[in-house]
Design a protein around this ligand. Structure first.
Ligand code: F6R
Length: 617
């Protein structure tokens, strides 16, 4: 939540910061702001709404300078107003702050330290600017190291803070110095050619450098024209390596698509190959995911798997559960991270916990994994963003290699998560009960999956026609069984988050226990009826819907002519092995939600109230 970007170098800062903000807009888009240092003062401009509003406002300003910070906000404390937009300043306007996170004790800090200060917003962040102000004068007077005074003031201020922060500070008396600190909200430093960047993730810096340093919790950085120095909060210097990031800027572009979500839906057949590459072992009928860091003995000792995730990632985890139980015979649970962390979970050294997360920064998932680690379980990550907190805090795991996912609604990360979890299940299964022949069949199905996903995308024009027919409906029910129940959940979530249409998802067999009461000719049902072991059961459920005269849209397997008799509309997908069905069956549902949102004139990439990376509890 909230995106931060800062620049110090030899180029004009404003275009770099604005472009960086656009990259980070997925993190929040309630308001945005920028501050550029020029001739010993700061020029700051803020605007409510998306980055476009800020850019329009900036057109009337003449702001020049090669040093500045910017922020895109997802409101936590204080409404969506210009006063609450970042950057925030102290009383004098000398100290400028942008912040991602929550200062939990901000009222306490205000009462204790800020008597007589003039506060101009309702935010917790502004408290930080004033708190640094209270500390700065003492350090500036006492310290012979004038340069170090700002760093010392920030360290001292942060020692009083309870909560989370990714914080960047500038001071008019330290004209070319950026101080940043991290606790619980990500920050990355980009090291370019005589220029430096600081941001919430690597995307704003990819056009300029792929050399980065990931800050860890309780670390801070001082960036000047001459370089980067990292300290802990007690001012002890820390040596950190610069890492090379493979993601290119081109990967983070729309590539001719109308928006990121459509591009990312169409990326899926390509990026699934990246998830599989080098991980399938044909002649042994297995998969090998190198980063697991577990011996075969460790793997055989596991008698319980827990998959922890939120939202879409938790639906990918549900497919993972089927795979682990079916292939490896290991009892597997899916836990929503926000519940797990407070559930006093019972874990031991025979439990393997996977944290599944696109961003690797979801606060609830991070906290749940820390709890699991504390209780002695094996804790591993299934993550997309390289160098993210979950990737660094777990003792091993796997990158899903979906590439940058910038639309708020997750698509390609979901399918790649499923691919990785099924491969893990196969790897464990082959050490237990899966025969080489079954393993080989699954490996073969994996090899064909990219082409099948391409075929699934070819139905886009069909989906558009169906959307035209159904776009006036206000409610939808999604149904699936077995491995397609999580697909129904995901289809329903996609629809509600980007179109704001009410939808629900149920297992097909559960409908008659309540939800069937909702059905009427005004309540269409989207059902997944592909040719698998539950086909006949699901078919009966659809007959029950027909009897209630609800319109039916079916996702069916190519060649299934009977599906047409059951439904008002049918979308055909290619057949594959049951465990891989979600990879092809989800695509029409993603397209359905996407085209519905376009037809209704919604902002597909930036749906209201949401942010991509949920870094607050
Ligand atoms: C839905 C969506 C969210 C995320 C959830 C977890 O389209 O994107 O439900 O899946 O917030 O995010 P990550 O995977 O980053 O932990």
């Amino acid at each position: 939540m909230c995106g931060i970007v800062g620049y110090i170098g030899h180029k004009e800062a404003l275009p770099i910061l604005l472009k960086g903000l656009r990259r980070l807009e997925y993190r929040g888009y309630d308001s945005a702001g920028v501050a550029i240092a020029h001739n010993g003062t700061f020029k700051s401009v803020r605007a409510v709404g998306k980055i476009d509003n800020l850019a329009a406002k900036l057109q009337n300003e003449n702001i020049q300078g090669t040093f500045g910070i910017a922020h895109t906000r997802w409101a936590t404390h204080g409404g969506v107003t210009e006063e609450n937009a970042h950057p925030h300043t102290d009383c004098s306007g000398d100290i400028i702050v942008v912040h991602n996170g929550i200062v939990e004790n901000y009222r306490e800090l205000k009462d204790k330290f800020l008597k007589g200060h003039t506060l101009r917003s309702q935010t917790d962040t502004e408290i930080l600017a004033h708190l640094i102000e209270t500390q700065y004068s003492a350090f500036a007077e006492a310290s012979a190291d004038k340069q170090g005074a700002l760093r010392a003031a920030v360290q001292s201020a942060l020692s009083y803070v309870r909560g989370t922060y990714g914080l960047v500070v500038m001071h008019a008396k330290h004209p070319r110095t950026l101080i940043a600190a991290r606790l619980g909200s990500p920050l990355v430093v980009g090291v370019g050619d005589k220029e430096y960047f600081i941001a919430s993730d690597t995307s704003p810096m990819l056009a300029h450098t792929q050399q980065v340093i990931f800050l860890d919790d309780e670390e801070m950085v001082e960036i000047t024209d001459t370089g980067v120095q990292i300290f802990n909060l007690q001012d002890k210097k820390i040596d950190k390596h610069t890492e090379h990031i493979d993601w290119s800027e081109a990967e983070a572009e729309k590539g001719g698509f109308a928006n990121f979500m459509l591009k990312e839906i169409f990326d899926q057949p390509t990026v699934i190959k990246d998830a599989l590459r080098g991980r399938l072992v044909e002649d042994e009928g297995t998969a090998h995911l190198g980063g697991l860091n577990m011996t075969d003995v460790d793997m055989r000792s596991i008698n319980r798997v827990i998959l922890i995730a939120c939202g879409t990632a938790s639906y990918a985890a549900m497919v993972g559960k089927y795979a682990f139980e079916r292939l490896a015979g290991i009892p597997t649970e899916v836990e929503v991270a926000s519940e797990f962390r407070y559930s006093d979970p019972i874990l031991d050294k025979n439990t393997l916990v996977f944290g599944i997360s696109q961003s690797g920064e979801t606060a609830d998932t991070i906290a749940a994994l820390r709890e699991a680690k504390r209780k002695g379980a094996f804790v591993r990550g299934v993550v997309n963003v390289i160098g993210s907190t979950i990737a660094r805090e777990t003792d091993g795991g796997t990158y899903i290699h979906a590439g940058p996912e910038l639309a708020v609604a997750s698509t390609k990360a979901y399918t790649n998560m499923i691919a990785v979890l099924v491969m893990y299940a196969l790897q464990f299964g082959r050490l237990r009960r899966v025969t080489v022949a079954t393993g080989e069949r699954l490996v073969k199905a994996f090899r064909e999956i990219s082409v099948k996903m391409e075929q699934s995308l070819k139905i886009e024009s069909e989906v558009k026609k169906i959307v035209e027919k159904y776009k006036q409906y206000k409610n939808f029910l999604f149904l699936g069984r077995g491995v397609n129940f999580p697909v129904a959940l995901e289809g329903s979530l996609k629809l509600k988050e980007i179109t704001y249409i009410h939808s629900e998802a149920y297992p097909g067999g559960e409908m008659k226990h309540g939800p069937i009461a909702l059905l009427s000719p005004d309540f269409p049902v989207v059902a997944i009826l592909t040719k698998n072991q539950l086909y006949d059961k699901m078919r009966s459920n659809i007959e029950e819907i027909r009897a209630r005269k609800a319109p039916v849209i079916l996702i069916a397997t190519e060649g299934d002519e009977q599906a047409k008799e059951l439904a008002d509309d049918v979308i055909y997908v290619p057949p594959t092995m049951e465990l891989l069905e979600p990879l092809v069956n989800t695509i029409p549902l993603q397209l359905f939600a996407y085209h519905m949102a376009v037809a209704l004139g919604k902002d597909v990439d930036r749906p209201r109230n949401l942010a991509k990376s949920v870094t607050v509890e």
